[in-house]
Design a protein around this ligand. Sequence first.
Ligand SMILES: [Zn+2]
Length: 255
Amino acid sequence: MSLEHILLYCGLGLLGLVLGSFYNVVIYRYPAGLSIIRPRSYCPRCRRTLRSADLIPIFSYLFLRGRCRYCREKIPFRYATVELAGAAILIALFWRFGFSAGFFKYMPILSLLLIISIIDLDIQKIPNLFVALILGWALLWQLFSPALPWLDALLGLLVGGGATFLVALISRGGMGGGDIKLLAALGFLAGWRDLLLLLFVAVLLGAIVGIAVIIIQKKNGKTALPFGPFIAAAYLIALFWGEQIWSFYFTTILP
Ligand SMILES: [Zn+2]
């Protein structure tokens, strides 16, 4: 790797950290019905406005040792995690696509999926706005730079919405309305073929983590896990390794 490349990755990482701290603001404020822009960030416990020096992603967290400067309230480690995930998104997209169209197409999608996942973990709900943004963005790309035949995209929408609706009916509450809308939007974006892969991976991940949670917490069934994060993780896997997984399936497993 050349020095130029290393600098580029560092720059993208820093930009990603800044974006990640913006995602934190959205994750915290949007479900609470607060303005994203105003007021400036404050400590949720002592309500004091934070200084600029306290708002530097990761570094402020490390410097303050994870506590509010004023009241020593613990800053959830999750804030740092989301910032790092923001950086990981940009770095991974550049690694996969360079600065081709794919980078710009998938950057907002992965960012929205990150926001959706954390909100779903918090309040077990996927806000319609973020799903609508994914669908709108996918529609724009399909109109002006289609990566799929329209039939594939529309079938993806139908399978994502329809199949999941059936699963939700059968499992009675295992999957919510937000999951169905999200899968429909991602189906339109990815097409029906990759959507099937996505569904398979999401259910598999959900089952593994679900069983692990039951074992660790010693709870008997019915631990309601939000499904959004699994959909997001499965989409990520389908986006980055979908082609390899399909060709492995057709050449190794199917015959
Ligand atoms: Zn405080």
